[in-house]
Write a protein that binds this ligand. Structure first.
Ligand SMILES: Nc1nc2c(ncn2[C@@H]2O[C@H](COP(=O)(O)OP(=O)(O)OP(=O)(O)O)[C@@H](O)[C@H]2O)c(=O)[nH]1
Ligand SMILES: [Zn+2]
Length: 195
């Protein structure tokens, strides 16, 4: 079957596929009548990262930078779907970069992480893709991306682990060579949600 290339095409086909899946379950509840439509809409929303690119989302959000220092943003929420089970993994991402001649608008860091999170993923690739996109956009001296998350496929099924946390780290440029700097920002990246 050819791959749908527009959202509306995808919606119709996914809705039909969900109706087939539900027809195989011994459902007795009437509340599921519109479920194929809703579930299709949800899946398209959760995979909207396939329908956009970092370049498109960053737009005009790159600015000149002429100082020294480090940019560190933590607590960027990650909501993604594991590519093996189509179950969510949810957590947070911290991005640290050492700018050279350019810097990114802060919101663009969230937009970049969302583009790749809203695809079917493994956490390792997601972490790598975020770091690569930042490197490509602004050629910083170094990038460090840390994601901590909980995979529901480990919690709700299979091994049914009560409190699993997965941490993935990607170090580029100066972070790849500097253990101390990496450790400093790894420690900083621990996110305590605030009310
Ligand atoms: N490395 C990596 N593994 C993941 C990620 N998300 C899910 N997995 C793992 O992918 C593996 C899939 O292994 P399989 O043996 O094919 O699947 P499974 O039978 O569901 O495995 P169990 O969960 O052990 O029952 C499991 O170990 C999952 O925990 C991820 O982001 N990164
Ligand atoms: Zn999984």
């Amino acid at each position: 079957m050819s791959k749908p290339n527009t959202v509306s095409q995808a919606l119709g086909e996914i809705e039909k596929a969900y109706a087939t899946i539900l027809s195989k379950l011994p459902l007795t509840n009437e509340g599921t009548e519109s479920t194929p439509k809703r579930a299709a809409k949800a899946l398209v929303e959760l995979t909207q990262g396939y329908f956009t690119t970092p370049c498109e989302k960053i737009g005009e959000g790159i600015f000149p930078h002429d100082g020294s220092g480090v940019v560190h943003v933590k607590g960027l929420e990650i909501c993604s779907l594991c590519e093996h089970h189509l179950l969510p993994f949810i957590g947070n991402c911290s991005i640290t970069y050492i700018p050279d001649k350019k810097m990114l608008g802060l919101s663009k860091l969230k937009r970049i992480s969302d583009i790749f999170a809203r695809r079917l993923q493994v956490q390792e690739r997601l972490t790598e893709q975020i770091a690569d996109a930042i490197e490509k956009a602004i050629q910083p001296k170094g990038v460090l991306v840390v994601i901590r998350s909980v995979h529901l496929c480990m919690k709700m099924r299979g091994v049914c682990e009560k409190d699993p946390e997965t941490c993935t780290v990607v170090r580029k440029g100066e972070f790849a060579n500097n253990q101390l700097l990496t450790m400093q920002y790894m420690a900083e990246s621990q996110h305590t949600p605030k009310l």
